[in-house]
Design a protein around this ligand. Structure first.
Ligand code: HEM
Length: 192
């Protein structure tokens, strides 16, 4: 898990995982908010069934993020990455390091938190991957208190992810338009 001067760009596997996970994360946040709104507005049995399906597709996407993030972490431990540009100040390097570690923590912790929140409901609300394959529940308390606690922690985790993504995008824009040091290009699938 080291940076070397010889490595100039990320590999195709790392780039694919980066953009696939990014698209899934943004979609899951927007879809998560939408499905919560739908749940609050349920007015008929048909709407209830549609919301149940929406939750199952959200859970499926989240489990996919978990698996892809573990794969990304495995890649990260086994491949050298391009070194940060020479001109970066030491506080910028520390911030970059902290934000990248935080991404892994959230990309793995947030889906596990969602899995715990989904496990807090009884057998009448199974976790169905692809809206059909039952996923066993985690051994958590199936009480209203734990449903509320795990639900709000999952929601807070999503907000932490939004803050981290905003910082990450701002840093990428600074590299591209202020420092002009080619950092963005090495994570772009086309500009290489
Ligand atoms: C990184 C992946 C994930 C992201 C970004 C994400 C994001 C979100 C968001 C934004 C909400 C709406 C929160 C609110 O406004 O209250 C939500 C709700 C929810 N998510 Fe996820 N989620 C992810 C993974 C998962 C997984 C893997 C599961 C289950 C297997 C899951 C289960 C749930 C459940 C049950 C709720 C409703 C929580 C409640 O009862 O209040 N999520 N998610």
């Amino acid at each position: 898990m080291s940076a070397t001067a010889d490595t100039k760009t990320y590999t195709a596997v790392a780039i694919t995982l980066h953009w696939l996970i990014a698209v899934l994360l943004i979609s899951l946040i927007l879809f998560g908010w939408w499905m919560e709104d739908q749940r609050e507005a349920i007015g008929s049995y048909e709407e209830f069934l549609a919301v149940k399906s929406a939750f199952n597709w959200h859970k499926t996407g989240g489990i996919l993020v978990l698996l892809l993030s573990l794969a990304r972490l495995g890649w990260r431990f086994t491949h050298p990455i391009p070194a940060l540009p020479e001109g970066m100040k030491s506080w910028e390097r520390v911030l970059a390091r902290i934000s990248h570690v935080s991404f892994y923590v959230i990309m793995i912790g947030l889906p596990i938190g969602g899995y715990m929140a989904a496990s807090a409901y009884g057998p009448e609300q199974p976790i169905l991957l692809f809206d059909s394959i039952a996923l066993p529940k985690l051994p958590v308390p199936q009480t209203e208190e734990f449903q509320a606690l795990s639900g709000s922690m999952h929601s807070a985790g999503a907000w932490a992810l939004i803050a981290l993504m905003a910082l990450h995008i701002a840093a990428a824009m600074k590299h591209e338009f202020v420092d002009n040091d080619g950092v963005l290009a090495r994570m772009m699938p086309i500009i290489r």
